[in-house]
Design a protein around this ligand. Structure first.
Ligand code: GLC
Length: 563
């Protein structure tokens, strides 16, 4: 797991949610009621994103059309039919803008173009049109917290020198101590080390310092400067005019830092991010999005210490969604799942919003590995998927989870992640290894090239490939297809109410709407089903006894006692 507080570890979250309800207390617990979970909300009026299944494409590692070992826009376009067959409603594509790729695209040198190694704007338009033809919406990443140090804004700021309007776009300060040799404060980069780097003046003398909460090649923008807000409105409009359906907002909680730049107790971002001013930015963005037709939306990447703080980003005049990282961070336990679900639904209910669910992304250890790896991890991964798909709200999948991919142990000499070089974290390269599409050796049809792609693939991925799994009805891929199809048939038609059910120790059970019961068994023994569970709709592993759920399994049932 990425170790920084921004990506907190499981235990903090489990402790936090463990206070809400324990398995022994699990009485009938009604989260329904007025607002968005009221069954009277007509489904026809539900905006598409509210219950969409969205698939994250990490562009470098999805599909490579030109054979350079790096994924690209044409590769995405070519593989869209696969995603349509999988049954996703939308894709989110990680940054594909011109970039020196120091943080693999999260260092943007031009917000309104396409990086040559990924293609051209015309390739983007073609991909977008094809996605829309297939009924797939497209969300793109916007990176407003920082630019690349190769962005012309930063080059101009360096050239213009201290106290210039160009420098006001970023956070430049004189250093402390003798000759300003020490950084302006004690803040730490999320990737490790100081959050400040010193620049040199025209005579090559050490000069001012600039703030970067991530890599030194990712200078933070100064959102207190109104010009920055105006630029980002123009950037959003550029892509909205081209037809994108939404934005994933990178480090959405980080845009503002305290104006006084005072030292903080720990120096880490927990007390630096989440400044109140950031909400005004999202109110403005909401107004921009609403000028366009087609329910355009935005989803926040905001790492928070509570579901309530996450919900503060989705108040009615702000963003539409925020990733529910508390679900991703919950350990494999009925108590943790129950706690996160309860608190999430309560928190989003308070602001009249809707939930999201996510198990993996390009910044964290893949969930099959987190859940124990191998067959155990895959069984739990299936069960966790089925559980989240039964809940109201939308689900985000990360490419490769439908293949049951595990975290790869990338050898030190192949590691690419700036977080590794700055802070020694090894978690992120291992989830970003290019996908295996077919064949029996690297690059497994990732692209037409012969050798290893940009991050080497393991030699034992033959059975994991899309083509191998497509032929096998018991594969993870076939299960994902069945689960997404079942969600389309069953869960989409239900109202958003969730009622927790009394269930056996080690299990978490709830009824969604009138018709669906979902039970997940996180305990070590087969567990008796709750009375409300009728006929099986879909199970993540076969039910060996008719009224018992095996360990590490979830299942959907028709509800026996409709309200
Ligand atoms: C977000 C991205 C991550 C990136 C960081 C800096 O957390 O998901 O990949 O390194 O922001 O942009």
């Amino acid at each position: 797991m990425f170790p920084h507080p921004s990506y907190p570890n499981d235990h903090r979250v489990v402790e936090l949610v463990g206070t809400t309800q324990t398995s022994s207390q699990s009485s009938r617990f009604d989260i329904g009621g007025p607002g968005p979970w009221d069954s009277s909300v007509p489904k026809a009026k539900t905006p598409w994103w509210r219950d969409a299944v969205c698939y994250e494409i990490y562009i470098r590692s999805f599909a490579d059309a030109d054979g350079d070992g790096v994924g690209d826009m044409a590769g995405i376009e070519r593989r869209l039919p696969y995603l349509a067959d999988l049954g996703v409603d939308a894709i989110w594509i990680t940054p594909f803008y011109p970039s020196p790729q120091k943080d693999h695209g999260y260092d943007v040198a031009d917000y309104c173009d396409v990086e040559t190694r990924f293609g051209t704007l015309a390739d983007f338009d073609a991909m977008l049109a094809r996605a829309h033809d297939l009924g797939i919406r497209v969300i793109i990443d916007v990176v407003p917290n920082h630019t690349s140090s190769e962005h012309p804004w930063f080059a101009d700021a360096l050239a213009a020198g201290p106290d210039s309007p160009e420098r006001e776009r970023f956070v430049f300060r004189d250093g402390k101590g003798v000759e300003g040799n020490e950084p302006p404060n004690n803040w730490l980069s999320i990737f490790g080390g100081a959050a400040w780097t010193r620049e040199y003046d025209a005579d090559a003398r050490p000069a001012q310092w600039y703030l970067h909460m991530f890599d030194s090649t990712q200078p933070d923008l100064n959102w207190h400067n109104p010009a920055v807000g105006d630029d980002f409105e123009a950037i959003l409009r550029f892509w909205l005019d081209r037809g994108v359906d939404g934005f994933r907002i990178d480090v959405a909680h980080g845009l503002f830092v305290p104006d006084d730049l005072a030292d903080t107790l720990t120096g880490d971002e927990t007390t630096i991010f989440h400044q109140p001013e950031v909400h005004e930015v999202y109110r403005r963005w909401r107004r921009v999005l609403e000028e366009y037709d087609g329910d355009r939306m935005a989803v926040a990447e905001a790492w928070t210490d509570s579901p309530e703080t996450t919900a503060s980003y989705i108040r009615p005049d702000e963003l539409h969604q925020a990733f529910n990282f508390h679900w991703l961070l919950a350990e494999w336990s009925a108590e943790a799942f129950r706690g996160v679900v309860t608190r999430t639904l309560e928190a989003v209910g308070l602001v009249g919003g809707s939930a999201t669910w996510v198990l993996s992304n390009h910044d964290v250890v893949r969930h099959v590995t987190r859940y124990g790896g191998g067959d155990l991890g895959r069984a739990r991964g299936r069960a966790a998927l089925l559980t989240m798909l039964a809940l109201p709200g939308s689900s985000y999948l990360f490419q490769g989870e439908e293949l049951g991919l595990e975290q790869v142990d990338v050898a030190p000499e192949h590691r690419q992640d700036p977080a590794y070089f700055r802070g020694g974290a090894v978690g992120r390269d291992g989830c970003r290894v290019p996908l295996p599409w077919g064949g029996s050796r690297p690059p497994y049809d990732f692209g037409p090239g012969a050798g290893q792609p940009w991050l080497p693939q393991p030699s034992d991925w033959t059975a994991q490939s899309v083509s191998a799994q497509s032929a096998d009805p018991d594969s993870m891929l076939s299960f994902y297809q069945r689960a997404l199809a079942a969600r389309g048939e069953v869960a989409h038609g239900l109202d958003d109410s969730v009622h927790l059910l009394d269930s056996a120790p080690g299990t978490f059970a709830f009824r969604r709407g009138d018709d669906l019961v979902c039970v997940v068994n996180c305990g070590p023994e087969p567990a008796a089903l709750p009375d409300e569970a009728g006929d099986v709709i879909l199970a993540s592993s076969p039910l060996v006894e008719p009224r018992a759920l095996p360990p590490d399994t979830a299942a959907w049932f028709r509800a026996r006692t409709p309200r």
